[in-house]
Design a protein around this ligand. Structure first.
Ligand SMILES: [Zn+2]
Length: 130
């Protein structure tokens, strides 16, 4: 994820990303910009649950093509929102945020991409081979 987008989420929602003296910077995002909006929206929804709902997101990263959000919370509602966000990422292009689907490259590399980004990915790969 672009550093500035990550910083924007950290600045907008420090309450979900830090606790007990931890700095928001401890939270790590490791995914494409296309999922930035999903994570931002998730934090916005978590904010509507009220201050008594304690959530701490320690990381959000791409694992085997899927968005995995690691969070500590005792709130069922928060847990549901987090699960929904992960599911939504399954059909959101990780690169640009358009509607996408899971693609696999020689059964090893899995990624959610829209058709355009998937095409671009291959173009780039062929350039590297030349
Ligand atoms: Zn795309």
């Amino acid at each position: 994820m672009e550093q500035c987008l990550e910083a924007e989420i950290l600045a907008a929602f420090p309450e979900f990303l830090s606790e007990d003296g931890d700095t928001p910077e401890d939270c790590s995002f490791d995914c494409g910009d296309g999922w930035y909006q999903l994570i931002y929206d998730l934090c916005s929804k978590l904010a509507t649950l009220g201050p008594e709902t304690r959530v701490r997101i320690s990381s959000a990263k791409e694992t085997l093509g899927a968005l995995r959000i690691s969070a500590q919370t005792e709130s069922e509602e928060a847990r549901t929102l987090i699960n929904d966000c992960e599911k939504q990422a399954g059909h959101t292009c990780e690169t640009c945020g358009d509607q996408g689907r899971m693609h696999s490259y020689i059964h090893e590399k899995l990624m959610v991409r829209c058709d355009t980004c998937w095409h671009n990915y291959f173009e780039k790969m062929w350039e590297t081979i030349d």
